[in-house]
Unconditional design. Structure first.
Length: 256
């Protein structure tokens, strides 16, 4: 399963929306879902509305962004959904590199999901074990340990690398083949721009806005990234299904 050049079509590169008329069985990228339905404009629209609301009414909406609040729980469930989708894609993928990449991303988002629920403690309400006594939240998770670096920043860098770094590397011919060999899905430039703006707004809000506004924007942006993770997973699953269909000799070729 090869990866499409995000600049093949200017409209697709700008919005992530377009059509794909290649025969079934042609090499495809894990980004096809962004080329067939208007996910990117939907993401931009939801983001703009939510950002405006959080900035205009921070005190009213701040409770939704508190620890274990509605916004955080929505993001948590979306990470769980992304995990499932990536693992199903890995099971259906026919190319080894793509299978490993999908399984690895599923593992990453599984750990994210379990960390958000403190590996079940927030659901089953057990007492925090002594080994986690130094945890900043006094919970059974790893991302709140003071271990010399910020685990959240590591996760953020991973998201930025997957959604911005890979598309940029793919634009450069010498690195395109290496990106393909990784088997990782490369999102459109519209998605890359959206992730960059959410990251920038979260950092600007921390420095220029009140703490309540920043808390809401940060939690909402994390939930939006969970949405993006699920969409990339769906794209990967779609490509895996087409790849498996292409290798099935009993399936005739057809036009999408």
């Amino acid at each position: 399963m090869a990866i499409d050049n995000p600049l093949t079509d200017s409209a697709v590169a700008a919005t992530g929306v377009g059509t794909d008329t290649r025969p079934r069985g042609a090499e495809r990228s894990g980004v096809d879902v962004f080329r067939t339905v208007p996910w990117v404009p939907v993401l931009w629209g939801l983001s703009l509305v939510a950002w405006a609301a959080l900035i205009a009414f921070p005190e009213d909406l701040a409770p939704l962004a508190y620890e274990n609040g509605l916004i955080e729980w929505v993001g948590t469930l979306l990470f769980a959904a992304a995990t499932t989708v990536f693992w199903v894609a890995a099971a259906r993928e026919t190319r080894l590199a793509n299978r490993i990449a999908a399984a690895f991303l599923g593992l990453v988002f599984f750990v994210s999901f379990m960390e958000e629920i403190s590996w079940g403690q927030q659901i089953f309400k057990w007492n925090t074990p002594p080994a986690f006594a130094s945890n900043r939240q006094n919970e059974t998770n790893l991302h709140n340990f003071a271990i010399g670096f910020d685990q959240q920043q590591v996760f953020t860098l991973g998201i930025l690398g997957l959604t911005i770094g890979l598309p940029i590397l793919y634009l450069w011919a010498p690195t395109r083949r290496s990106v393909r060999r990784l088997g990782l899905p490369v999102v459109s430039l519209g998605v890359a721009a959206w992730v960059f703006v959410t990251f920038a707004i979260a950092n600007v809000s921390e420095r220029m806005m009140g703490s309540e506004t920043h808390r809401g924007l940060r939690e909402f942006n994390e939930t939006l990234w969970a949405v993006a993770a699920l969409l990339v997973g769906l794209a990967t699953l779609q490509a895996a299904q087409r790849s498996s269909t292409a290798t099935d000799p009993s399936t005739p070729e057809s036009v999408d």
